[in-house]
Design a protein around this ligand. Structure first.
Ligand SMILES: [Ca+2]
Ligand SMILES: [Ca+2]
Length: 212
C-alpha cells in the first residue's frame, strides 16, 4: 500500500516534469484480493516475436515501475486478466511471460516464468502444450476470438519467433507495482519536492497576511 502510494506520487512528479505516464493499465487491487499489480494489453503496430515483446514489455513503465510479460500464477490472477482484458480483446492471442529454457524435455517439460516465480498454476487449452509443430517454446493466451469456447482465456505453446497465421505479436504486460521498493534517491526526490511545495505554500500565506 505504501509502495503504491509512493509510486503514485512519483508518477505525479514525473508527469509534472513532462514525461510520459501511461494511463491505460488496470489495477488488480489488494482490497479485492489482488496483488496490487497493474495489467494492460499492448496491440503492436508491427509484427513482434515473443522475444521482442519480452524486451518491449520491460522497456515500458507505469507509475515509475518497469513492466514484464504477464506471469499468471493463480486462478484468481487468470480470472482477473481474462475478465478485465482478454475476454473482449480485439486480437486472437497475446504473448505471456512463460517459456521453456533451451534443452527442456518436449513436448511439455521445463516451463518457467520469466520472473522466476514458482511454476505451479497452469491454464493450458487442451491439448496444449503440444510442441506442434516442434519448436514451440513460449506461451500465448487466447481471447474469445478463438474458435473453441473451451479455450477462452487459456494458453497455447507457440514458436517464439513464429508469426504465422493470425499471430502478430500482441502481448499482456504486468507492472508489479506493489512489490516495488523505492531507492533512497527516489525517497529523497519526493521529500525534496514536498519540502519545496510546503515552503511555497508558507510563502504565499505570509504574503497574504502582509497584504491584508
Ligand atoms: Ca503475475
Ligand atoms: Ca501448441
Amino acid at each position: 500500500m505504501v509502495c503504491t502510494a509512493f509510486a503514485t506520487t512519483v508518477a505525479v512528479l514525473l508527469s509534472v516534469a513532462g514525461q510520459t505516464v501511461f494511463a491505460q493499465p488496470i489495477e488488480w487491487p489488494m482490497a479485492a484480493g489482488g496483488n496490487g499489480h497493474y495489467y494492460e494489453l499492448i496491440e503492436v503496430t508491427e509484427d513482434t516475436t515473443w522475444y521482442e515483446a519480452r524486451t518491449e514489455a520491460e522497456s515500458l513503465t507505469f507509475l515509475g515501475v518497469s513492466g514484464h510479460l504477464a506471469t499468471i500464477t493463480s486462478q484468481a490472477e487468470s480470472d482477473f486478466i481474462y475478465v478485465n482484458l482478454v475476454q473482449s480483446a480485439p486480437s486472437l492471442m497475446y504473448w505471456v511471460g512463460a517459456y521453456q529454457p533451451v534443452g527442456s524435455p518436449e513436448p511439455d517439460g521445463g516451463w518457467e516464468w520469466i520472473t522466476g516465480e514458482a511454476w505451479s498454476y497452469t491454464n493450458w487449452a487442451a491439448p496444449e502444450p503440444n510442441n506442434t509443430p516442434p519448436g514451440e517454446e513460449v506461451a500465448e493466451i487466447y481471447s474469445n476470438l478463438v474458435d473453441n469456447p473451451a479455450s477462452y482465456g487459456k494458453w497455447n505453446d507457440a514458436g517464439g519467433a513464429n508469426l504465422g497465421g493470425a499471430r502478430v505479436g500482441n502481448y499482456v504486460v504486468e507492472y508489479s507495482i506493489a512489490d516495488y521498493i523505492p531507492t533512497v534517491s527516489e525517497w529523497g526526490l519526493v521529500a525534496m519536492t514536498l519540502l519545496v511545495l510546503a515552503a511555497g505554500t508558507l510563502l504565499l500565506m505570509r504574503r497574504r497576511v502582509i497584504s491584508a
